[in-house]
Design a protein around this ligand. Structure first.
Ligand code: ADP
Ligand code: ADP
Length: 208
């Protein structure tokens, strides 16, 4: 199963991908996670993209496309993958179409007011990428990862100013992909505003 998760920042793509990757036995490829791990490890790519991520803007297409091309060429992607956060622009979608066929593009539908609540309360474990929410999915111990006890962080781009910018970027550059993939007959729309367990059920139903 080769699928793309599409939807605004904060729609719950990463949360649902964590369950879906186990269920379908395919890797979860989050371009945001790949960039963040390069930033953490201070690689050349990380240094190049750090300020772009902090501002909520998009990394140039050429850089992002090459990163994804290399990642999906790895052996664990042989039977499929979940692409989360890619493509985000029409040129990225065109490049992806040259790399691989897709089985489905899942559109996570949610009102914009709801994503602001989700993003402003999001916390994450910096090493594993595990995702929490201060109200909707709190850790067992306040501010600590459930498995390792590490301190959770708030992403720099989950501060209010960057959130607003990311939503604008989504509307301008990424939302047009819904029509792009609808025209190709690949779109599966799911209601992402309900609880995570219900969203996951809707995902499974939409894919069978
Ligand atoms: P969210 O899950 O909140 O939507 P991501 O973790 O997917 O955010 O992405 C974080 C940031 O990484 C983006 O705001 C952008 O700066 C960069 N990024 C991730 N994916 C892409 C992409 N496909 N094209 C360009 N930039 C990207
Ligand atoms: P995305 O990858 O689309 O940016 P995330 O999966 O990181 O979104 O989720 C954003 C925030 O919303 C996180 O704090 C997460 O715990 C929370 N969240 C995710 N799905 C739901 C849901 N169905 N209901 C309530 N909160 C959710």
């Amino acid at each position: 199963m080769r699928m793309v998760f599409l939807g605004p920042p904060g729609a719950g793509k990463g949360t649902i991908a964590a369950s879906a990757k186990e269920y379908y036995g395919i890797p979860h490829i989050s371009t945001g996670d790949l960039f963040r791990s390069n930033i953490k490890n201070e690689t050349e790519l990380g240094l190049q993209v750090k300020s772009i991520l902090a501002s909520g803007g998009l990394v140039p297409d050429s850089v992002t496309i090459e990163m994804v091309r290399n990642r999906i060429a790895e052996p664990d992607c042989k039977n499929g993958f979940i692409l989360d956060g890619f493509p985000r622009t029409i040129p990225q979608a065109d490049a992806l179409a040259e790399m691989t066929d897709l089985d489905a593009v899942v559109d996570f539908q949610i009102p914009k007011e709801e994503v602001v609540k989700r993003l402003s309360g999001r916390r994450m474990c910096p090493s594993s990428g595990r995702i929490y929410h201060v109200i909707f999915n709190p850790p067992k111990v306040d501010g600590k990862d459930d498995e390792t006890g590490e301190d959770l962080i708030q992403r720099p781009d989950d501060k209010e100013e960057a959130i607003m910018h990311r939503l604008e970027v989504y509307t301008e550059q990424t939302e047009p992909l819904i029509k792009y993939y609808r025209d190709k007959g690949l779109i599966k729309e799911i209601d992402a505003s309900v609880k995570p367990s219900e969203v996951f059920e809707l995902l499974k139903q939409s894919l069978c």
